[in-house]
Design a binder for this molecule. Structure first.
Ligand SMILES: [Zn+2]
Length: 72
C-alpha cells in the first residue's frame, strides 16, 4: 500500500474564513475536516491522469468526490 500524502491547496491566511478543508455531507449534514484530522473514509485514485479523492461519510455512507488540486 502506498503511503501517499493527500495534497490540498491550503486557503492561506487571507482566506481563512472559508475553511476550504471542511467538508459537509449533503445527505445527513455531517461535517468534518477533509484533512487527516477528519473522520471521513478517504479513498484516492487516479482517473484520466487526474488525482481524485473520494470521501465517504461515516454516518450515512454518502460518497463525496473531491478534486483537491485546484491550483489557480
Ligand atoms: Zn452523511
Amino acid at each position: 500500500m502506498l503511503m501517499s500524502s493527500v495534497e490540498f491547496t491550503r486557503p492561506g491566511r487571507r482566506d481563512e474564513r472559508r475553511e476550504k478543508t471542511t467538508l459537509f455531507c449533503p445527505t445527513c449534514g455531517h461535517e468534518s475536516s477533509a484533512t487527516d484530522e477528519g473522520d471521513w473514509l478517504v479513498t484516492e485514485h487516479d482517473r484520466d491522469g487526474e488525482h481524485e479523492v473520494a470521501y465517504v461519510c461515516p454516518d450515512c455512507g454518502e460518497t463525496l468526490t473531491v478534486q483537491p488540486l485546484l491550483s489557480q
